[in-house]
Design a protein around this ligand. Sequence first.
Ligand SMILES: [Zn+2]
Length: 257
Amino acid sequence: MKNEHEIVKILHEEEKLGQFQSKIQNTYKKLKIPNISLDKKSNPKSYMLLNTKIVTTEDIESGNIEKLRLIKGEVKAVTLLTDKTYIIKHKGENGITRVEEEIKKMGLPFEYNAIKSPSTFYPLSIRVASLLATKKVFGWDDNQMKEMGRMAPKNSVFTKLLLRYLISLKKMAKEIPRHWKRHYTIGLMDPGELHEDDKHLIIRLRDFNTHPIMCTYLSGYFIGTVELLSDFINLTIEEVKCMHKGDDYHKFIIRWE
Ligand SMILES: [Zn+2]
């Protein structure tokens, strides 16, 4: 008899093979995992705009709030749980309360503890709000937000497991599009363009017009992922194209020594 942890691992394997969410749900049912573990899709409407309070520019830098409301797509709750872990580690439980209060000010009622399963889908606007609120409440600059992203793959059991399975940077580069799809319902990642001789990796993200905070955070996330798979030192990342600066897609170049 397999325990639930092993089954969840198997389900993750299935997901890796690109099978559809519905099929995964059937597998959960077949294996008689209690309802609470079901990979239910949330109803995004239930989270959005319940509180229509208008946020002033003092609450958050001008323009962000309106943009937040326009963000489409969904993201797996595991990303929000990763934010929670990082905040608790650096600012304690009280930090979570402060960030949640800030998110509520943005008109998006959300509590980290209400997340039932890491594989539930949440509106992407909540994820953006989570990052913006974290930045605001703790007064973190872009480098500190990048650091938050860098630590994310290191704190995720699933990502670490996946990376152990992928072994090489070459395999990881190929896997990037699927790894993205596993977490986000919008945006398309090209396979990573690895130039081993020239010591750099090019990452392109398309159709992802959300908020610049995501570019900052993802810059760190990409570095953290490469670090987990290599012994490269002095990694740097530069976003050379960005949809928020009028380019057709986001293009990141990671370099190492
Ligand atoms: Zn960008």
